[in-house]
Design a protein around this ligand. Structure first.
Ligand SMILES: NC(=O)c1ccc[n+]([C@@H]2O[C@H](COP(=O)([O-])OP(=O)(O)OC[C@H]3O[C@@H](n4cnc5c(N)ncnc54)[C@H](O)[C@@H]3O)[C@@H](O)[C@H]2O)c1
Length: 321
């Protein structure tokens, strides 16, 4: 299968992630089948697509007519076999349990073309294990998105022991073709790349707050208006390449070696988050929200609207919308 041959995509289990993948595929011009188990959940998926498209219209990404055209490319069904029978690319986003995914894999394979690519949205299960009963495990890979995938470009492609190189290459080309930014993991790693990076930073947030160095709000502010604003443009190694001046990243690392050694020795190295952290984090976030305005988000709803608006503006700068 070649990425250019993919004209029809299926999004199996169109929940939070699956509806958004269906929308992303439709935004890229594909014909899409979105599957849910019940008419009620199909209705919810349709409503979520409608709301997301409205937000893209409000933020001047699409006209009303374009949004309608995108929506018209998505067909809703409660049948896995109807969804996959003509699809060349199948994204499964079922609940994060092997037992659920094994059943879904069986249903997909019973109706899909033998060369259709099947990608799992799994956040942490092993592709090898998800595809262990598959008739064609070579066409399975992981396609781990960040929520919501119709806006966030990153997708982490993972492989199982039996995943074919052609599958990884095709998935990578396909995601690229629809405007996403795939990264391929060379070997299986728990948490993939980004969740490890996020949790390394968040462990330090927890340690700083619990040691009384700063509040949750100030840690958020420090990331948002400091390194975070740069990370939205380029990654940490490129940031340090510039920070090192003529010496580049190697000059910076050598120059700061003694200091960074002291910092690292003082930083958290726990192997699990302290039990009390979740309550401390929640109190800190509640306090932080009470200082914000509706415009920048002070409830989960207005905060999500603010995030989407800013994300869309950032994506426009990156040429991703
Ligand atoms: N939510 C996120 O931020 C996020 C991010 C990246 C990846 N993921 C991954 O995406 C996948 C879906 O997560 P989600 O957040 O969309 O969850 P969700 O609960 O919104 O959707 C899960 C879907 O699975 C279906 N399902 C649940 N139990 C089932 C069963 N027994 N048989 C058949 N279908 C069943 C549900 O009907 C629903 O359509 C998971 O693998 C998750 O790890 C989630």
């Amino acid at each position: 299968m070649k990425a250019n041959d993919i004209k029809v995509a299926a999004s199996i289990c169109a929940g939070v992630i699956g509806y958004s993948y269906a929308l992303k595929f439709a935004m890229a011009g594909l014909e899409v089948w979105a599957q849910n188990r019940t008419p009620e959940s199909s209705k919810l998926a349709q409503q979520r697509v409608h709301e997301s498209l409205n937000s893209l219209v409000t933020n001047n990404v699409y006209t009303e007519d374009q949004a309608q055209e995108i929506a018209s490319r998505i067909h809703y069904t409660n049948s896995v076999s109807e969804a996959v029978k003509n699809a060349q690319f199948i994204q499964e986003s079922s609940a994060e349990h092997y037992e659920v995914k094994w059943k879904i894999v069986e249903q997909i394979e019973a109706a899909a073309a033998p060369d259709a690519i099947i990608a799992s949205s799994t956040s942490g299960l092993l592709v090898t294990e998800i595809a262990k009963n598959a008739k064609h495990p070579e066409r399975f890979c992981g396609g781990h998105p960040y929520n919501p995938p119709h806006l966030i470009p990153l997708v982490e492609i993972t492989r199982g022991e039996k995943t074919a190189e052609e599958t990884v290459a095709c998935a990578k080309d396909f995601y690229q073709r629809i405007g996403m930014e795939p990264v391929v993991l060379q070997k299986e790693a728990l948490g993939f790349i980004c969740n490890r990076l996020q949790m390394a930073l968040y462990r330090e947030v927890a340690d700083l707050v619990m040691n009384g160095v700063c509040s949750v709000e100030d840690a958020d502010k420090a990331v948002t208006f400091g390194p975070g604003i740069r990370w939205g443009i380029m990654g940490p190694s490129l940031v340090f390449e510039l920070g090192g001046g003529k010496g580049g990243v190697s000059g910076l690392m050598n120059h700061l070696h003694d200091s960074t050694t002291l910092w690292l020795q003082d930083m958290a190295d726990w192997k699990e988050f302290p039990a009390e952290w979740s309550d401390i984090a929640q109190r800190g976030v509640d306090e932080e929200l009470s200082h914000r305005t509706p415009e920048t988000g002070n409830t989960p709803e207005t905060l999500a609207a603010y995030r989407d608006h800013m994300l869309i503006e950032e994506l426009k700068l990156h040429g991703k919308l």
